[in-house]
Design a protein around this ligand. Structure first.
Ligand code: PMP
Length: 381
């Protein structure tokens, strides 16, 4: 009987292991579900209740340049940037968007001259965020066109350079790279938060894009914001959103405001762990695990980041990016190679880089991440 039980146990275990091996791990998208556990603990504190008579109007504040921006979101954004010290908000106009994706397009619209015969060049240093070329060109606009890697751009023409810092996909801190003097910069600071990178000083650029997707993990709320120095540019970005979607969901803005306020509150409370403490520890733990997994093989390598001291937390650490920019040392097409091992990633060519690289999301739920760190070293053994 005992023997039968053991045998049944062994069979069941073997089947379970086989099925785990056959599970497809999808880490292609950067879906930030890893913060779900933190927000579950918050319960009622971050619950938003809305009645049917509320938020009916298209308008939020007609005196504001961005007339569909909820005043509660303005104060939540301003407060959080002050608490974290990652961006200057004084003397800036805030424009809200349906994710920072909409704001990216609004910025292109606002910065491209309307009456020229040739579209404005849009560049970003490779490896660049894979959505930029798609979002720039999908409507085949006469206003702007994707002009590729900023490192190789040498036309004597006006251009918009996107500076993503920390960068998606590789996690490095960045500056603008085009040497010309005809450029306008957009800073995409989606990952300039203390769980991903040491905060060094408040960012102080002309156009800065942020999003709740990567800061708090509420990608489904679809709220991003731009901090814009120039009133006319903020106005044009607002016009783009007016024509595109006649504003941005009030329900989402109010929910985002509640969440951002909860993050600021958590930083000021001594009793409970703050959101950034929680998320920093989780990212640090995951990076420790993935580095250990990669170090068990000769097949892969990961970037190395310099250590710096974070002005927000006082911790000294190297970047803990939202994505692992993994290099296959012995294989030319890393994406296909990993797909054969049922790990779905995004290959280097989408980012204007070599196919030896893939981008792997570090922001999945725990179970999926653990499967990844078990499967990677098993690939050679
Ligand atoms: N910029 C960068 C660098 C990103 O990685 C992302 C999300 N993957 C976005 C913008 C878009 O974010 P959102 O969900 O706010 O549209």
């Amino acid at each position: 009987r005992q023997h039968d039980d053991d045998e049944a146990y062994v069979t069941k275990r073997t089947q379970m292991l086989a099925s785990l091996e056959s599970v497809v791990i999808n880490l292609d998208h950067g879906d930030p579900t890893m913060y779900e556990t933190f927000w579950k603990q918050k319960g009622e504190e971050t619950t938003v209740v809305t009645s049917s008579w509320q938020h009916i109007s298209y308008f939020s504040d007609i005196k504001n340049v961005c007339w569909f921006l909820e005043p509660g979101l303005v104060s939540a954004i301003t407060r959080l940037h002050k608490v974290v010290g990652n961006a200057v908000t004084e003397g800036r106009h805030i424009v809200v968007g349906t994710g920072s994706s909409q704001l990216y397009q609004a910025a292109l619209y606002a910065l491209s001259p309307p009456n020229t015969s040739t579209p404005m060049n849009v560049v970003s240093a490779a490896p660049y965020y894979s959505s930029y070329p798609l979002m720039t060109d999908y409507l085949k606009s006469g206003l702007h066109k994707w002009a590729g890697d900023a490192y190789t751009f040498n036309k004597e023409e006006p251009y918009i350079e996107l500076v993503t810092s920390p960068n998606n996909p590789d996690g490095f801190t960045r500056q603008d790279v085009v040497k010309g003097d005809k450029g306008i910069l957009i800073h995409d600071l989606a990952y300039y938060w203390p769980q991903y990178t040491p905060i060094l000083s408040p960012a102080d650029y002309d156009i800065m894009l942020f999003t709740v997707s990567k800061s708090t993990g509420h990608a489904g709320t679809r709220i991003g914001w731009a901090l814009v120095k120039d009133r006319e540019i903020a106005k044009k970005m607002t016009t783009f959103i007016e024509i595109n979607t006649i504003g941005v969901s009030k329900d989402s803005q109010i929910r985002a405001a509640k969440i951002l306020e909860a993050v600021s509150d958590s930083c000021n409370q001594k009793e409970a762990e703050s959101f950034f403490d929680y998320s920093y520890k989780l990212m640090a733990e995951r990076w420790k695990k993935i580095k250990a997994a990669v170090n068990k093989t000769q097949l892969f390598s990961l970037p190395n980041f310099p250590q710096e001291t974070c002005s927000f937390s006082g911790r000294t650490f190297g970047q803990l990016p939202a994505f692992a920019w993994l290099k296959c040392e012995e294989v030319d097409d890393c994406e296909s190679f990993l797909r054969r091992h049922k790990i779905l990633t995004r290959g280097g060519k989408h980012f204007g880089a070599s196919t030896k690289y893939v981008r792997i999301s570090m922001l999945s739920r725990e179970s999926e991440f653990n499967l990844l760190t078990e499967r990677l070293p098993a690939i050679i053994s």
